[in-house]
Design a protein around this ligand. Structure first.
Ligand code: PLV
Length: 316
């Protein structure tokens, strides 16, 4: 039997967020995963099929964890924007860490080169059907926890390269919830999905100017863009500022006593910045609205020091 690397995470109702949203808010606590984010679902699933990993970021954290459990070596390539705490955490998981380039796309190019020259298996962080298949389990678990007959009014999540989005759309189909809208959140400056929708084609951002570095893919994966165009799923793409994402991280810490990174703050900001009633007022979400399912994607790129430095950068 194939081993699972991810855990079944808690589904918690948030009273304070429910008040703000005007409907029940359920939090799928992916921050509780062994590697600190949902990435372990897809990366675990993919590594079971393809073997030893080499890649970057929170996906790298998941790959390092899976490799250790499988008794395989892992090389994780990260950009220089990666905080030292992430490099330390990766090394603690036993991974060899290589720093290459400024943003995720640079590190990814180096990981591809290494895979080629050193015959390593390349594990992509978001653009692979096996990752999506793995990520889809987050919806199946939430459906099981909500019980028969339950149906969310919308699912809220963050978009980096679009892997989580593709996985959740898969999961919604499997759960018989294909018509449940997905609210896809990005920060301004890490908004490759929103930019593609506006342009009507895939675009490559010049640079990642947001502090939500783990959302910082310069180009969203083709499948995510196709889903937004094909009508297979209802996807509402929205942006928040870094300040709103950081404020959401702080409020989540105060209200739910959980520290998550900026990438996750983007999804939480949809509730904390009043987006839900605004979308209802625009007729893009119904009123009344069934319960909301928020994917608390987590992230390892945060600690007290990092939080204080973000506060100094963004709130001065
Ligand atoms: N982060 C990836 C890709 O970065 C990484 O390797 O770190 N929330 C968190 C906490 C994340 O780490 C990520 C992805 C996302 C959301 C977005 O997921 P995606 O890339 O599947 O849309 C570029």
């Amino acid at each position: 039997m194939l081993q699972h690397f991810h855990v079944n995470t808690p589904l918690l109702e948030s009273v304070s967020m429910s008040k703000m949203a005007g409907t029940a808010v359920y939090l799928k606590m992916e921050n509780c995963q062994p590697s600190g984010s949902f990435k372990i679902r897809g990366v675990g699933h993919l590594c079971q099929q393809v073997g030893a990993p080499s890649l970057c970021g929170n996906a790298g954290m998941a790959a390092a964890y899976v490799a250790r459990k499988m008794g395989l070596p892992a090389t994780v390539v990260v950009p220089s924007s990666t905080p030292p705490l992430v490099v330390r955490r990766l090394q603690e998981q036993g991974a060899a860490v290589k720093v290459a380039g400024k943003v995720w796309d640079d590190a990814n190019a180096e990981a591809l080169r290494l895979a080629e020259t050193e015959q390593l298996t390349f594990v992509p962080p978001f653009d692979h059907p096996l990752l999506w298949e793995g990520h889809a389990s987050v919806v199946a678990e939430a459906a099981a926890a909500l019980g028969p007959g339950a149906r969310p009014g919308a699912v809220l999540l963050s978009v980096g390269g679009g892997g989580l989005l593709c996985g959740v759309v898969c999961g919604l189909k499997d759960a018989g919830w294909a018509d449940v809208p997905v609210i896809a959140m990005e920060t301004v400056g890490a908004d490759c999905f929103n930019a593609a929708i506006k342009a009507g084609e895939l675009v490559t951002l010049d640079d990642i100017t947001s502090e939500a570095k783990c959302l910082g893919a310069k180009t969203v994966c083709r499948r995510a863009f196709e889903l937004s165009q094909s009508g297979e799923a209802t996807i509402i793409s929205e942006l928040v500022t870094d300040q709103e994402a950081l404020r959401a991280v702080q409020m989540f810490l105060d209200e739910e006593r959980v520290l998550v990174e900026m990438a996750c703050g983007a999804a939480l900001a949809a509730i904390y910045s009043g987006l839900i009633p605004r979308l209802q007022a625009q007729g893009r979400l119904p009123t009344p609205l069934r319960p909301l399912l928020v994917i608390v994607c987590g992230g390892s790129s945060i600690n007290m020091e990092q939080l204080i430095s973000l506060q100094q950068k963004l709130q001065s």
